[in-house]
Structure formats: structure tokens, C-alpha cells
Design a protein around this ligand. Sequence first.
Ligand code: NIG
Ligand code: FE
Length: 422
Amino acid sequence: MRLMLLNTGPVATLASGDINSPLTGTDMSNTESLVLDGDNGILIEDDTISKISCTEELAEEFGTEDNSTLRVIDCQGKAIIPGFVDSHTHLLWGGDRANEMQLRHNGMTYSDIAKSGGGIQKTVKYTRNISNDILGELGLKRISRAFEFGTTTMECKSGYGLSVDSELKLLEVNQLLSELTQMSLHSTWLGAHDVPKGMSMQDYVDELIHIQLPAVVEQGFASYADVFCEPGWFSLEDTELIVKAASELGLASRLHVDEFVDGGGLALASELGAISGDHVGHSSASARQSASESGVMQTFLPGTPYILGHDLESPLKQCIENNWAFSLASDFNPNCRTLSIPFVGSLATHRLGLSPIEALVAVTRNPATTLLNSTDGPLSGSIRQGGPADLLILDSEYIDAWCQMPGDNPIYKTIKSGYIVN
Ligand code: NIG
Ligand code: FE
């Protein structure tokens, strides 16, 4: 089947240089190499972009009317961007923690709430008790919401099971969702999210390494391992043990680090050759420099400090000035309930000093490079001939509109693998 977009406005191809590498520094805002101006036409055959040309040329070759093998969309000057790659989500969990905001207003911190029976442990209790069917339904609803907001590729973590059976169950449902939906899902095992009630840290780390990890590898659905490496949760030493064990069994790691304080997590991620250090709000400049030199992506998740009422301050401009590779993602979880990458883009541009094009690179091409061992074909995150047909038609003639409608949706159509999915 063919789908043809005619009369587009500007197209943010983001396809300059080696698309397997992230863009950094001024390359993130070089619109000459990142954007095609004017009136473009895009031909999609099955799940692939087969031609990028001008409207006239495509119209001459294929006509402008729908027929039995061709669907034509007249974009009327609307801007086109790649589908978003949300490289950090906790997609599957049950229950509700909407009461926690008032607790924070009453003076409790994230850690106080966790110690008093809320937080991750509360979600674990709910999640363990719901069936695969209900988890699957929750996942389907969330994926369709993510499509509406323009996400076409997602990383999704387990981590609300904290036992062999329930962690495997979460990964199994992720797998099922990737088979049932068009969304490209990349699964991460996050058994090391917290210590289950009634168990010591030492015993749980033993269980993670000797029981959960081998079972997860045998199940074969997870591509990555993650650890919540933060004072009060998993130490640097335990993180190292888990990451090394995972790496020996073939799982690369993407890690939660330096969310509340600089605990040395990003520095460790670099030593261990992790793919990505996520949160990184409090990492030191020297750790960021080492991350850059070791090819570790810094993934900022500004929705989380926004929701926790913390200072949003993140050195995004410093990343640009120093040519440090970085991404932005949603961190969708029961505490941070947004699947909207455009909202994350609003935080990055309205509050954190990025330009819309820099922020766009950080939610498309850059995170896509952290999901390289994709089983679903060529790398997403850019628009190019021969690349995957994952792209968005915006409700605007301007590319910059993608992140300028907080609370609203700038996406007119989401196209995933050549299908219109919203
Ligand atoms: O990335 N910080 C650790 N994990 C999640 C939150 C988990 C939760 O509060 O349920 C995060 O923000
Ligand atoms: Fe997270």
C-alpha cells in the first residue's frame, strides 16, 4: 500500500551526517542541514519512506487522487517531523497515587512518602495483584494515548513486580503489546527498582543476580537492564554488580542516576559503558564530560522534577555548549503521569532554554541511537529515503509548534510504519 503526503510545509528530516550517531552542539540547531523548507511531497510504500521530493514531481508520477493502492493526504502546508522516540517510560503498572501531591504539599519528600508505604511499594502491591489481561488493557490505552501525542517508539520498563514471577509477567505483557500494536516497544528489566517488603538489600541483590536476571534472559523479551542507583535505593557497589552480571548475559544497561543528589551514578554509568544515564539532574560537570567521552547518552526527564515540585534547572544549554549528547524523555510512571512528549518539549523550551529544533532532536534522533539493537528494522528518529515511515503531521505550518501547546496536542496525524494511527 502507498501513502503519499503532498503540499507539506517544512519537513524536519534531522537526517544530517551519520544517523546512527546523536547530534550535539550547534549541529542540533543547524536548520540548513536539518530542515527542508517549502513545499515537499513524501511517498511511503508499506512501512518505508521511499521518496522525498516536491509535490509537483510526485503528483505527476502518481496523481493526486486516492485509488485502490494509493492514499493521498493534502497537508495544506502543515509541517512534518519524525515520530517521537520516548526512551524512558514505566509503561505498565496498576493502582493510583494521585494522593501523593497533597502529601508533598504537607511537607513530605519523595523518600518520606516511600518510607510511609506510598511510592514504588504501593504501586508494586497493586501491580502484583492484577491479571495480565488488565495490565494489557492498561498498556493498550496508554499506547493509544502516546500515539495521539506523536510517540512512535517507546522504551518500557518492568520494575513494579520485584519478584521473579511478577517481573517476568510485566515483560511478557510488554512483549504482547509490541505484537498487538504498531508501537515499537523496547523492553527493559528494572527488577532493581526497590527492595521488596520483608527482604534485606543483600538478599534481594542476590536474588536479582542469581534468580531474576537468568530468568529474564531465558525469557528473552528484555533488551536492557536498569537500576535505580540513588542514595536510599541501590548503591554504586550493588549497581555495579547488577550491571556487570547483566552485561555478561548480554543485556546492555540504561540506568536511573543522580535524580535527587549527585551520588556518582553518571560517573559509574560511564565506567560501566552504560548506554544511557537517565534523570542526571544532579550529575557533576566532570561526570557529564566523562559520559560524553564514553558515549553515554544523558537523558533528562524534566516532567519528574516538575511534578515533584523540585527545581527544574537542568544544564541543557551546557550540554549544547560542551557538545555533550543528550536526550529528553517522559519518565511516564505512577508519579509522573504524562505520556506527552510535546509537554516535555514545552518544559525544555519554555523553561530550560532550548530552542524548539534542539529539543526536537533530543526527542527523536538522539534517543533513537540508544535503541540500536532494535529488532524492528532501520533506525527511527529521522525522515529519510529508505528510513521507517514514522512521522507526524503537525497542526501548524511551523515545525516549532511541536512543543508550543502545553496542555494541548500539536499533532494532526501520527503515521507509524506507514499507518495513520490516530
Ligand atoms: O524514574 N525514580 C525512580 N523511578 C521512577 C519513579 C517511580 C515511582 O515513583 O513509582 C522515576 O521517576
Ligand atoms: Fe524512571
